[in-house]
Design a binder for this molecule. Structure first.
Ligand code: VAH
Length: 317
């Protein structure tokens, strides 16, 4: 993996993944793909090349791949779960027609492709505790439908054409660099901002609602390690369960109050996001990722909380 195109480079994952790849891959060219209206800024813009990369424009993608001799695409273009419920047709267009464009370019030009899946690819019938790697996936959200279809289409391109497609099922991701864009797990990011600013946090997810969560540094480690893994060890490809921590809102708030005793919270449950959250796993079994490519998270809830508060105080105060 040397010349990389990150599609969605200004989003919650892409903004940090692009910088990590530029720092950690010697001699690499890491192109920040973006869409008009979401241009890269600051260090992301100044530290490497950037190109307009709309997944719905197949020719533009092919031209970028040729121009920079791209060997790997990270496809992070997606509407997150709550937004996708408001704009289901746009979500399908970006996530599925966009993916098809990327996979066709990858097939023609011999490019590896990483397209994340999510805990959102599971549904109410999926076992919620220790969710298996291979299990029933009948999500009721458009986001989840696109994630299951992403897994199937990516595996199809591997088995039929030999395209090197790989993927992980991300938990809810928590980070301090870029706010998430309308997901069901966003509450677990937003509450840290409220804690640092001394504002009351209004929580849209009900107490007792467990979801898999992960600190961004671990998520980025997974995305890079999987693409660098020995392909002969992979029994799965699209998509690996990866897990780190599982908590419900009250557990998260109690941990934050160990460092910000005055944190104030009240609940205004959002029925759309609550229905989605209830359908998702409480905790996934990630033994296949651990066995096939050495996955292991580093951060605990306590370590994440200390790191989030430290960096948000620097950023906001
Ligand atoms: C969302 N943060 O809530 C995203 C993610 C697993 C959750 O897919 O939609």
């Amino acid at each position: 993996m040397t010349n990389v195109l990150v599609i969605g480079s200004t989003g919650q994952i892409g903004s940090e993944l692009t910088m990590k790849l530029r720092r950690e891959i010697p001699g690499s060219t890491v192109v920040a793909g973006y869409i008009p209206g979401a241009e890269p800024k600051g260090e992301l813009l100044e530290s490497g090349p950037a190109e307009i990369a709309d997944v719905r424009d197949a020719k533009a993608l092919a031209d970028i791949v040729s121009k920079y001799k791209i060997d790997t695409i990270y496809n992070l273009a997606a509407l997150l779960s709550a937004v996708a419920e408001r704009k289901p047709l746009l979500a399908w267009d970006i996530q599925m027609n966009g993916l098809l464009n990327i996979l066709e370019v990858a097939r023609e030009k011999g490019v590896a492709v990483f397209t994340p899946s999510s805990i959102g690819s599971f549904g109410p019938e999926t076992p919620h505790q220790g969710t298996p790697q291979d299990t029933i996936q009948r999500p009721r959200s458009m986001y989840g439908v696109t994630k299951v279809a992403t897994e199937l289409l990516s595996d199809y391109y591997f088995h039929k054409y030999g395209v090197d497609t790989r993927s992980v099922r991300f938990p809810g991701l928590i980070s301090y660099t870029t706010l998430p864009g309308g997901g069901t797990t966003d509450y677990a990011v937003e509450v840290y901002y409220s804690a640092v600013k001394g504002e009351e946090f209004v929580c849209p997810i009900a107490p007792g609602t467990f979801m898999d969560m992960m600190y961004m540094p671990d998520a980025l480690k997974a995305a890079v390690d999987l693409m660098q893994a020995d392909p002969s060890r992979l029994k799965h490809r699209n998509s690996f369960n990866i897990a780190s921590m599982s908590f419900e809102p009250e557990q998260l708030f109690a941990k934050i109050r160990e460092y910000v005793p005055g944190l104030r919270v009240r609940y205004e449950v959002d029925p759309v996001r609550q229905a989605i959250a209830t359908s998702w796993p409480d905790s996934m079994d990630d033994s296949c990722a651990r066995e096939e490519w050495g996955w292991k998270p580093s951060y605990t809830l306590d370590q994440m909380t200390q790191d989030m508060l430290l960096h948000l105080r620097e950023k906001l105060l």
